[in-house]
Design a binder for this molecule. Sequence first.
Ligand SMILES: [Zn+2]
Length: 72
Amino acid sequence: MRDSIACPRCDQGSVDQCRVLSTQSVIWVCDECEALWWSREDVGVSSFADLSVVLESMGVRVSWDQLKPLLN
Ligand SMILES: [Zn+2]
């Protein structure tokens, strides 16, 4: 069963757990607006980061290819 959450930021996408392939970091990211959270408990309106900003800060190329969805 997939463990996804309706995105509280854009109300359109779903927030899914993903692994960043090159760093093995586990993140939660919206498939529509690319809001990013570090844990499920953090997913909320005000506490999001931006996927591209976080990947750049890790030195990771900004692409969905870099993310592996973790399906539960
Ligand atoms: Zn969203």
